[in-house]
Design a binder for this molecule. Sequence first.
Ligand SMILES: Nc1ncnc2c1ncn2[C@@H]1O[C@H](COP(=O)(O)OP(=O)(O)OP(=O)(O)O)[C@@H](O)[C@H]1O
Ligand SMILES: [Mg+2]
Length: 389
Amino acid sequence: MPAAAISEEAVRGALLGVIDPELGDNVIDLGMVRRIDIGEGGDVDVTLALTTAGCPLRAQLMKDVRLRVSSIPGAGEVRVHFGEMTTEQKKSLMAQARWKAREQAPATDIPPTARVVAIASGKGGVGKSSVTANLAAELARRGFTVGVLDADIGGYSIPRMLGLPGKVDAAEVGGRARIVPLEKRVGEGLLKVVSMGSMPGAEEDEALMWRGLMLNRAVQHFLEDVRWGDLDYLLIDMPPGTSDIQMGLARMLPRTEMLIVTTPALAAQKVAARAADMARKGYLRVAGVVENMSAFVCDHGRSYPLFGSGGGERLAGQIGAPLLGTIPLDPAVAAGGDAGSPAALSDTGPVAEAFSALVDQIVEEAVPPVQMATCTARIFEAAGGNLAP
Ligand SMILES: Nc1ncnc2c1ncn2[C@@H]1O[C@H](COP(=O)(O)OP(=O)(O)OP(=O)(O)O)[C@@H](O)[C@H]1O
Ligand SMILES: [Mg+2]
């Protein structure tokens, strides 16, 4: 079957997720996309205009554009070209950035430099929340500031898994009441957690009967009314198989990237692939696949693939996203979750090793943190050309 031709609209949709971290807006709305050329075989050429040619963010933008556009079904090679803006164009870009900042009072307090990763799956019980909690803990241990948004409103489990049983406070910021996330230091880093379970009055065994729209409102609330402050990563633990929330996220936070969790059973692939499909309909990038509950490794090092094998790899191949890691089936995961002390934080053991390898992949390849240190010069330079209001 020949690959379906990809449309300019799909490319534009994907580029909505590419944020210029300094200007805090996506490259489409900033008018940085000069040209999109789609070739016969699905090859895509994207030309971006930068405020200054020598910007260190160039490499990051190139990588982001490539990752986003190449995850459109049917996309071939993606090439990124750069041009420099004229003074006129810089003026209009700065005006756009200012307008956004003023008129559209920041919809969320999530810093533009934070990488947003939603952990999803096609079906329930595959370990989304366990993977989220362990990833968050391991990222924090390495010194990152990690927000965790528990989007599973009716079935939250993050506070228990991360050992944060308290309730959030509210603070007044800029005349508005904001939710202050629960915080926990881990190693050199910091966790900031918001969950329905951390809302005053919510108890874990309370059956919350939220429906589509309400669920979305709650998540929107968590995005808009939480004082997130500094963040390197924001991890979102998705509820099982709710497409409403995924579409809501795509609208509210189009730069969200998805990690799809699946089990090794080949039969699980269909449902997991559906989750990836939903993500793409919302132009969300699938950053990769995590196989959870892979072969149990006994103390003697023997491996028992209780739930089958090959599922993660097959799904990754099918949706064209990398398999970022496999997490063994291990009672330490469940025990750590119940004790509020993620197994990833143990010094040794197959689970800690697996999460460490997964985080290596995420930090180095799939979703690297945004490095801003060397880039501030650029904004001054851009402002240099008589750009004052
Ligand atoms: N690698 C693993 N080894 C052993 N047990 C695991 C592993 N991963 C998850 N579990 C256990 O499986 C159960 C389901 O995990 P979890 O709650 O993380 O799944 P989920 O996908 O978030 O579920 P839901 O769809 O209900 O939100 C939990 O009891 C958890 O402790
Ligand atoms: Mg869960």
